[in-house]
Design a protein around this ligand. Structure first.
Ligand code: ATP
Ligand code: MG
Ligand code: MG
Length: 526
């Protein structure tokens, strides 16, 4: 389509970038290093990379680090690591802070040309004036006065400087309120994580992004749709400064039900110890969902399958977990775990002495390898299963064969305490009703199975809702269990299936404590 030259690779997107020339497209992903990468950022990063690749162009990864009060090197490093994990390196890594001098010079130029002014109207009043389209009393300050305040007072962070900000002189009555003389520079004495105390004032997002996009040669700036009102302002900045045009291309933010994606709010959960840290399995961060069992491939497939839709979406988590299941199911080794509560011993009169046999870890995929299955005269089954068995019922023990339960012993409350049985290995497993998971009583490992709930109770918070009013009281659920001894050979991060239970990821095995997290498979409501 693009001049018939090189074939432009397309996924299932139907949308082309306007005015995109093969080999010349430059996109950028501009995270602010104020938190860990979350699934929304991942979408933006993958889309930017997708378009850069599709047009054989370049992707810039730019840290948008213009607010020292929120930004940290820790966040910056983690974002780079997480992008790497997603296979996103970018052709260039840059920092908005590399352009502080250029931006300063451009602000001076705007002031000199009468396109910007310093304003010390108190914050609340300024806000009200913007709301009502009222002209600021400072709008008519002379160029000389503005220059003095900006280049001396604000630049040095003096008392007078701190009271002022710089505003672009656009149109205080504009219908589009983003054009009502937006703030483009403000003072901040907090040291910057890269430039230290060199600067006492910083450009705002609205001023910084169009400038750095133009300076870096970005051809297509992908922005989430809620910035659409700001597009006019972005374009105003470029033309006021005589900078190169950049195409803006809007795409929808991704949201998930009962999930917060704002870094400020996520930070709150970390600070209040509601979660362990930014990689908590209840968090929508790349690290959080990875710990929960999301594969890189699953995450990328999901994002690509969503495409660059323009509709604001509030997705159910089951969608992404269903995509992930397709990746893990064909390769996840099968193991056995039994709920430890009220386990029932089955004594098999003609059962074998304790011994092990090699069995496939995955019946349909021999490449997954083999495991040791232990057989014995005494095996354990779950109380819930035992409760379903009647005297003389023939059942199937998975990976073994049929067994006849000659006698089911119950206590006064009807709880099963033990079962007498005998082998019937020639029996037909197609004729039994119950196919049971079991473990040789002498060969088990204690494990803990952990499941989680969403941190908030409301599917979608409305404007004006305070998320703190919608906290789920309990979000972590632990079930003690026993598992087959093969789990002792597993590594943290391994994903398996416990037969008849679901998928699990080994989260830790320190001090011989095996902690598994449930990997959602898209079927559960959660
Ligand atoms: P947060 O609210 O988490 O601070 P942000 O948009 O302020 O989000 P940035 O670090 O500035 O965070 O975002 C980097 C890029 O990721 C931006 O281009 C932004 O549009 C995009 N982005 C952020 N959240 C989402 C989301 N939920 N869906 C899609 N893209 C997103
Ligand atoms: Mg932002
Ligand atoms: Mg934000």
């Amino acid at each position: 389509a693009k001049g018939g030259k090189k074939e432009v690779h397309k996924a299932n997107f139907e949308i082309d970038l306007i005015d995109a020339k093969d080999g010349e497209v430059v996109t950028r992903f501009p995270p602010e290093p104020s938190g860990y990468l979350h699934i929304g950022h991942a979408k933006a990063a993958v889309l930017n990379q997708y378009f850069a690749n599709a047009y054989h162009g370049k992707l810039i990864i730019r840290f948008d680090d213009t607010n020292p009060s929120k930004e940290k090197t820790e966040f910056q490093d983690s974002i780079i690591e997480d992008l790497r994990l997603l296979g996103i390196k970018g052709d260039k890594l840059t920092f908005s802070s590399d352009y502080f001098q250029e931006m300063y010079d451009l602000a001076v130029k705007m002031i000199k040309e009468g396109k910007a002014y310093c304003d010390d109207t108190p914050l609340e009043k300024m806000r009200a004036e913007r709301m009502d389209g009222i002209k600021s009393e400072r709008r008519d300050r002379t160029v000389e006065e503005n220059l003095r305040i900006f280049t001396e007072e604000m630049k040095n962070g003096t008392e007078e400087g701190l009271k002022n900000c710089v505003r672009a002189k656009i149109d205080y009555t504009a219908l589009n309120k983003t054009l009502r003389d937006p703030v483009i520079y403000r003072c901040n004495l907090t040291p910057h994580h890269r430039t230290g105390s060199e600067w006492k004032m910083y450009p705002t997002y609205d001023f910084c992004v169009p400038i750095v996009d133009a300076l870096e040669g970005v051809t297509h700036a992908l922005r989430t749709i809620e910035y659409r009102d700001r597009n006019a302002q972005y374009e105003w900045m470029l033309s006021a400064l005589g900078l190169r045009k950049v195409h803006i291309w809007d795409f929808a933010r991704v949201n998930f039900i009962r999930t917060l994606l704002s870094k400020r709010k996520l930070q709150w959960f970390v600070d209040k110890n509601y979660v362990e840290n930014w990689d908590d399995p209840r968090f929508p961060t790349v690290r959080g969902i990875r710990r929960r069992g999301m594969t890189v491939e699953g995450l990328k497939n999901f994002i690509i399958s969503q495409g660059p839709s323009k509709n604001i979406i509030n997705l159910d988590w089951s969608l992404i977990w269903a995509v992930n299941k397709k990746i893990i199911d064909p390769i996840a080794p099968r193991h056995t775990a039994l709920d430890s509560k009220d386990l029932v011993t089955v004594s098999i009169v003609d059962g074998p002495e304790l011994h092990s046999e090699k069995k496939a870890k995955h019946k349909k995929n021999p490449d997954v390898g083999e495991k040791d299955v232990y057989y014995s005269k005494k095996v354990l089954i779950e109380q819930a299963d035992a409760a379903l068995i009647s005297d003389n019922e023939e059942v199937t023990f998975m990976d073994w064969g049929n067994v006849i339960c000659t006698k089911v012993h119950k206590d006064a409350d009807g709880k099963v305490v033990s079962i007498d049985a005998k082998l019937h290995l020639d029996g037909d497993f197609r004729k039994t009703k119950l196919k049971l998971t079991w473990l040789a009583a002498e060969k088990t490992v204690n494990v803990e199975l952990v499941d989680f709930d969403h941190l908030i109770t409301k599917d979608k918070l409305d404007e004006g809702d305070n998320f703190e009013d919608f906290l789920t009281p309990e979000t972590r659920f632990e079930t003690p269990a026993i598992a087959d001894v093969n789990v002792e050979k597993m590594k943290v991060g391994d994903i398996i299936q416990f037969e008849r239970k679901g998928y699990y990821i080994l989260d830790s095995n320190a001090d011989g404590k095996y902690i598994f997290f449930t990997v959602p498979d898209g079927k559960q409501k959660k």
